[in-house]
Each structure stands twice: as structure tokens, then as C-alpha cells.
Design a protein around this ligand. Sequence first.
Ligand SMILES: Nc1ncnc2c1ncn2[C@@H]1O[C@H](COP(=O)(O)OP(=O)(O)OP(=O)(O)O)[C@@H](O)[C@H]1O
Length: 271
Amino acid sequence: MDAARAARPSAARGGRGDAVRVEGLWKRFGDHVAVAGVDLTLPAGQFIGLVGPNGAGKTTTLSMITGLLRPDQGRVTVAGHDVWRDPAEVKARIGVLPEGLRLFERLSGSELLAYTGRLRGLPGAEVDKRADQLIDVLGLTGARDKLVVDYSTGMRKKIGLAAALLHNPEVLFLDEPFEGVDPVSAQTIREVLVRYTDSGATVVFSSHVMELVESLCDWVAVMAAGRIRAQGTLEEVRGDAPSLQNAFLELVGAQGRAAGDSLDWLGGGAR
Ligand SMILES: Nc1ncnc2c1ncn2[C@@H]1O[C@H](COP(=O)(O)OP(=O)(O)OP(=O)(O)O)[C@@H](O)[C@H]1O
């Protein structure tokens, strides 16, 4: 267990009700079933990882939970409000860093945050204060006046995270927040998120990086082929396996697959 996680107070992990409840969620794209009857109960105040192989349905599920994509069937409540019946209540309580984040490219980082804060209904002075602090903590001070179009991948993730946090949401949803982010920035993002969950807020993030999920998360849901294969505390999901990676490979049925057996032509030497 890493030091940041070990140092967290137990109150932040305690039962405060459910941040997210998902019942019987389905989504088809043409003939393809992307999400096949997902039920999830994600406790509040926890660091929650949604893991699964490519194409498992993580992004589709997160998009339906956050009100970005309408399910074919099923019900989602976030912080006690129905996402599709009560969208304004839900949107006020959540922050989202989606996959393929679209930003206003012709605004500078600080203008983007000012605009986002005003959209969220925050007073101007409060927006400026929070934006300055987030820009500073996330190491974007030198880039605050640069246009977003000129930001690197990692800088885009960080300004997107700042925009998602600005209104101090109860639940933060992050799709692959650490992808394309350098180790120093990743550590900064981790610290910001750990501090945020320590205050009782909930983070739900998707990732392929098991070591990261194992070191950060209290609670894990494993998804494969549109279904939830396991959900529970990190310890429950890991079970007797030596690591989350091993448990994951067993759960998604990839254990023992001999990678590359058929690639006998691949390698140095004869062409
Ligand atoms: N808009 C779409 N139209 C058609 N098929 C889609 C669409 N979005 C997702 N899919 C399909 O649904 C399945 C689940 O995709 P999704 O992006 O949710 O998976 P994922 O678990 O997030 O994958 P990854 O880890 O690779 O990002 C995939 O087979 C994908 O091709």
C-alpha cells in the first residue's frame, strides 16, 4: 500500500451511502451489445477503479452514468438523483473528465477555467481564487496564458481535471486520467485526488494499469464483454491472487493465453 493511501483517514472509507447505483444497464450499437445488463453499487467517499480489457464497455458505461449517452435500458442514480429524470441535479453534483476530452481550444487555460466556473454559477472572485490554486497545484502556472490548442496531452488532462474540480463536485468521473501523463504530473494528480477523497468525495476512474488501481483504489469493479465480472473492496476482488493483475487475468479469462505462439516469423534473423 502506498504512503498516500495508507495515511488516509478511515472516515473517508466508511459507509456514507452510495455515490452511484446502476441497475440493469444496457447499450447496443447496431448488432453489437456494448453493455449487457450492468448492475453496480459504488460507495461514497471511496477511490473506485473501473478496470477491464479494451472494448469491455467501460467508456460506454461511464458515459451512461454521467448523462452523456442515453441507455437502451436501465436506471442510474448519482448522489441519490436519477441521471435521466433529474439531469440538472446530477450535473451540479458531478465532475467529468471524459475520454477524448473536447475543450475550447481558442481559450487560454485560465480563460477556460473562468468560463467553466461562470457556467457552473460560481461568483467571479471565487472562480478566480479556485482557478489560481488549481493552476498552481497542477503545475500549469507557466502555461496559464497559453491557448489550450497549444497544450500537450498531459497539460490537456490537467486543465480538464481542473475544470472538472472547480465546482467541488461530490463525485468525480475520470476516463483514463493518467494516460499520456508524465510520472511527475501523475503523482501531482494522485495527490490532488487523494486529498479530494479524504474530504469524503468520491472518485470513479477507468484504467488499464493494474498497479495504479491497486495502489490507489479502495473499491474495484472489473468489467469484460459488457458485464461486471467482480465488484467489491480491493481485497475482495483480489481474493487469494498474488496481485490485482493476476486476479484480473483470471476474471477476464486471459490467464495462460500464450501470447505470440503463432508469431513464429517475428524476430531478428531470417526474413
Ligand atoms: N459509438 C459507438 N458506435 C459503435 N460501437 C461502439 C461505439 N462506442 C463503443 N462501441 C463499441 O462498444 C464496445 C465497448 O466500447 P468502450 O469504448 O465502452 O470500451 P472500453 O472498455 O472503454 O475500451 P478501451 O479500454 O479500449 O477504451 C466496443 O466493442 C466498441 O467498439
